[in-house]
Design a protein. Structure first.
Length: 196
């Protein structure tokens, strides 16, 4: 993609969307910044690629300081140990400076939820698609008050199956009784949690 060959200018753009087959790397972000869009105006990023690695998202977000909303299809750790990733200078810097408060991710497991919470400590709303086996662990982790979840106050888990909610109603009831949390089941395909 040769973005630097174009003289198109988008002076009032505040969202950026990356398609399914686009590889995101630092040079791409710099080319966009230099020729098309003021990255400091971007408040929402959507990444539709299923194979985006977490380290590239971190590098990209370091260049987009005012982003408040992030929408992802999935995250790849590309054989990187999560604790090693958290020790990188980019991760540490971004975790202290980013403004992201809303995240939507279609495919995520417990390890990636932990990374997201550690990277985005100002997170207020999290929307995840079906969690399968780690449902209870993720809910308990997010409800456990710690330094990185202190602003988080809502979680929406979307399912693609009516059976998913039926199988987890007992767990949802238990979570509701053990925590000061409100629960709403909007139809058969999701579960919305919110708390103070």
């Amino acid at each position: 993609l040769a973005i630097d060959n174009y003289s198109i200018d988008f002076p009032s753009a505040n969202e950026i969307t990356f398609g399914k087959n686009l590889w995101i790397f630092r040079d791409l972000i710099m080319n966009i910044s230099n020729s098309m869009i003021s990255l400091s105006q971007i408040t929402k990023i959507t990444i539709n690629s299923e194979f985006i690695c977490f380290s590239n998202i971190i590098k990209m977000l370091c260049s987009i300081p005012n982003c408040k909303e992030l929408m992802l299809t999935s995250l790849s750790l590309e054989r990187i140990d999560s604790s090693s990733l958290q020790c990188t200078e980019d991760f540490q810097s971004l975790s202290h400076t980013n403004n992201i408060t809303n995240i939507t991710i279609k495919s995520c497991d417990f390890k990636r939820v932990q990374l997201l919470v550690n990277l985005f400590p100002r997170l207020q709303h999290l929307h995840i698609n079906e969690l399968q086996q780690e449902f209870q662990s993720i809910i308990k982790y997010l409800l456990n008050t710690n330094e990185n979840t202190r602003y988080l106050h809502s979680l929406f888990i979307r399912s693609i199956s009516k059976i998913w909610i039926k199988k987890r109603k007992n767990i949802i009831t238990e979570i509701k009784q053990q925590n000061d949390v409100s629960v709403k089941l909007p139809g058969d395909f999701g579960c919305y949690f919110w708390w103070k």
